[in-house]
Design a protein around this ligand. Sequence first.
Ligand code: HDE
Length: 715
Amino acid sequence: MANNPHTTPNSGQANDTDFKTTERSKSEQLERYRSDATGHDLRTNHGARIADNHNSLKAGERGPTLLEDFVFREKLNHFDNERIPERIVHARGAAAHGHFQPYDEAARFSKAGLFQDPKKKTPVFVRFSTVQGARGSNDTVRDVRGFATKFYTDEGNWDLVGNNMPVFFIQDAIKFPDFVHAVKPEPHNEIPQGQSAHDTFWDFVSLMPESTHMVLWTMSDRAFPRHYRNMEGFGVHTFRLIDRQGKARFAKFHWKPLAGTCSLIWDEAQKLWGRDPDFNRRMMWEDIENGDFLEFELGIQVVEEEDEHRFDFDLLDPTKLIPEELVPVTPIGKMVLDRNPDNYFAETEQVAFNPAHVVPGIDFSNDPLLQGRLFSYLDTQMLRLGGPNFNELPINQPVCPFHNNQRDAMHRQTINKGQASYEPNSIDGGWPSETPAGPENGGFESHYERIDAHKIRARSPSFGDHYSQATLFWNSQTEVEKEHIIAAYTFELSKVQRPWIRERVIREILPNIDLELARRVGENHGIEAPTQKPAAPEELGASSQLESPALSLMARLPGNIRYRKVAILVADGVAADQVEALKKQLEAEGAQGMVIAPSMSPVRAANGKHVTPDAMLNGMPSVAVDAVFVPGGRDSVDALARSGQGRYYVQEAYKHLKAIAAAGEGKLLLDAADVPTGEGVLTGASVDEVFPPLREAMGQHRVWARDAQANDMPA
Ligand code: HDE
């Protein structure tokens, strides 16, 4: 078994070099650890069969439990110790397995093995997460999403540990504990969970102007993606790629979702906290089980070393992005996530990502945030996973063979043979030995960079512009997106108790992004915003670019209706042929029709047949679907129109800018609920008539034209 690090003998170089991963390598490796109890006896951990798993050993039927009961003690003892510390940030997550396949283009930029052969599939494991909340918090909170990918390559694991936003709150890692202490639930009462809408967060960020750009991203709809398949991912920092000739280039990594980008609406996201706190992880899980895999393209923005200083921002500053209009994103491969984990704890919880896990062909820049991360991740895993041997956990093991002279420590599993655990040695033939760097299968060699500098605690003046890219982001949003951002600042600050913090945000921070933004948020708080930008010119900076269309979520709308869910509202007397007709039309386009009824009892249709519901009105509420269809059938529509839940369903869908269609008498439900037709509310005699405009409206994800009046809907 060449790919088992535990069984590969110390056979050295030749074996290691010959090693080749396949798409299945990781799954085959995990198979050795998978355990299935089907058909097996219940036994203790030392292997004794258990005769009675219901009664502890007692002195008499009504007497005390005896210490002798090793079956009871082992069971309770294991249970009492089942928890490990959750991640200090990114505690809540969901993950999936898949593979990555490079395009031809990739090999030009990096000698990394995974990029060389367009036919080669490298296994990956991806964990998506929220940042602020605890492991049991909600999926749809306003927060950054983590997007961490472990590539199990021939040459070792490469971890691309990114987020769904391309910049970060701080410039230097030494501020990370301050930032996290400020955003986490407040220390005296542990409120609020999964949110930044509280005093300590706004206190910190309003005193740290460098956070302004990233805070603006988190106030946009990017902060609650509709589905993990609908969000972009970013490596954030500038990295280096090294080609086969040894030439280094700067690069930023991007994940582009092939299903397009789209997000929830804030009101919808909040309601989902109660209706389905597992919304994102459930959708990913169910889609993968149904064979609707998640697909992303990996892209890079490449900057030649000699161009390092050609931008009006510093490439090493993680609060800045490179506008795609300045340096386009070159696609270099595709990732498909197609398999759910077998066990949440063993895989999703125990996976340990680390930006320092790189392979030859990928290297770091001197971004001071990245440099700090190179320390932090290994450090945190020691506590979280109980010592330095967490690399032996099945999910963390590379699939290539690996040997070194590290030994012992808690929970060591490898049985290292031989006497020499040091290097150089002559006792074990000098193995394991070093590998010289080279264009192929070489050892890792750090980029040969000349540094000539003073040891100093300071920031480069080139990091001094804190606002120009925030303004660029603001200018690049559509009117609807701007309104959502204004509403977000208004909401968040309404939760801040201390007036001076609200004032500081509105008077000293927001006007530097945009005077109108400050004025509007100020108006909602009874605070007058200044009419001139208050920051010093060097802090305001000057972006050579005024707009970047790629920064708008609307730039990558899906355009089609694949993976969309449409609620079909039914009750007794429904026109079953219309239910069937719509389901067929949707399925033909890769979407799904969900039959939703007042209860789970089969509905008796007008033609006498039975229609089986997929869910109940309050079990799959409108916030959990993308569009609503009301078929005809007078009795069915009357019953729904009489029901508060029926009327609320279409009202809420209207409020959340969802496409709504009604065939035949279905319109009567809309009338009863005061849902006006027009602007994505489509009516007609038949499914054939309403489906084309319904598809068109769903392709835009939301009916944006309705944004202004939809808020008046009382749902
Ligand atoms: Fe992290 N971050 N981070 N981070 N981060 C962690 O590592 C840290 C940063 C990111 O699904 C922790 O294993 C420091 C940027 C993701 O398991 C910890 C700094 C970006 C995940 C840590 C940053 C990230 C983490 C907590 C500033 C986007 C979840 C548990 C210097 C590029 C990975 C753990 C998963 C997790 C430290 C900033 C992404 C404490 C010190 C910037 C996606 O080590």
